[in-house]
Design a protein around this ligand. Structure first.
Ligand code: HEC
Length: 267
């Protein structure tokens, strides 16, 4: 009997740990890797807002450019802002590494910003989509900002100009203070801004340049691009899969006809 109880409790462990892992719900994103325009925009946002800290060192600019239909000249003008060790601007053939020295990153953010090549595969697209929309003001953190799905995160809210500042419903007093500290436009009326942006109980305390809808669209493009980045050959792989299955189908018919031909006189 004792054994049975222990076994049952052990069996329940995963459920218990799930129940205690917090109640953050992830928002779903429908990835569309055929939407080239979205991938191109995502690459542009990524180059402008993320490359200063994060690398994506498993890819080369030229490969991404070729996949997304961006010419080498346009790459140089609009997408490549990173520099190599001797300070020269990277060429299209270069790996998408980041130039920020680790020591500087650790002293600024407490940790080194991780390489983002595979983050969609390790965390999931839904997680990254929710993460980039879940930063909120928190005066107790060194950078004044925290994140719902990544508590005590070391990353600042780099897209704040676009999104504005969110706050947790119970933090409204602290929020006004921190918002001023960020020299953002002061929240007009507390009530007027009580717009809960998604299921995790955040509301927009200080509006940004974009509406909530537009901001979601920007994050959509970024995560769409990061999903492409996590497996650049995915589309090609699926296409080859169709050809292989088609070939096997035709081959099966031929083999079957051949077998019938061989065995037709044997009885
Ligand atoms: C100012 C530097 C900086 C910029 C710019 C920046 N990040 Fe970060 N990011 C960080 C740091 C530092 C961490 C590590 C946080 C930690 O471990 O506490 C991080 C972590 C992350 C993570 C979590 C990785 C993981 O699995 O632990 C993701 C995803 C991410 N960043 C995406 C982005 C995206 C997308 C952009 C561009 C829109 C961006 N970051 C721009 C500094 C930055």
């Amino acid at each position: 009997m004792k054994k049975l109880v222990i076994v049952t409790l052990l069996g329940l462990l995963p459920v218990l740990s799930w129940a205690s892992s917090g109640h953050t719900q992830l928002d779903h994103i429908d990835i569309d890797l055929n939407n080239k325009a979205s991938l191109q925009r995502g690459f542009k946002y990524f180059a402008n807002y993320c490359f200063s800290c994060h690398g994506a060192a498993y890819s080369r600019f030229s490969r991404v450019g070729a996949d997304l239909g961006i010419s080498s000249d346009l790459l140089k003008q609009e997408f490549i802002f990173t520099r190599d060790e001797i300070g020269k601007r990277n060429k299209p053939g270069a790996l998408m590494t980041v130039a920020m020295p680790h020591r500087y990153a650790t002293s600024s953010f407490g940790t080194v910003p991780p390489d983002l090549s595979l983050v969609v595969r390790s965390r999931s697209a839904d997680w990254v989509y929710t993460y980039l929309r879940s930063f909120y003001l928190d005066a107790s953190r060194p950078l004044g900002v925290n994140n719902i799905v990544f508590p005590n995160v070391g990353m600042p809210h780099v897209l704040w100009e676009l999104q504005g500042w969110q706050a947790k419903a119970e933090h409204s007093a602290a929020v006004a203070e921190t918002a001023d500290a960020h020299e953002a436009a002061p929240a007009s009326s507390e009530e007027g801004n009580q717009v809960v942006t998604h299921g995790n109980g955040l509301y927009l305390a200080v509006p940004g340049e974009l509406s909530g809808f537009e901001y979601n669209a920007v994050v959509y493009d970024i995560v769409n691009f990061m999903t492409y980045l996590s497996e650049p050959g995915q589309q090609k792989r699926k296409l080859i899969g169709f050809w292989v299955m088609g070939f096997l189908g035709i081959f099966f018919i031929l083999a079957y006809l051949l077998k019938k031909e061989f065995w037709k006189d044997v009885h």
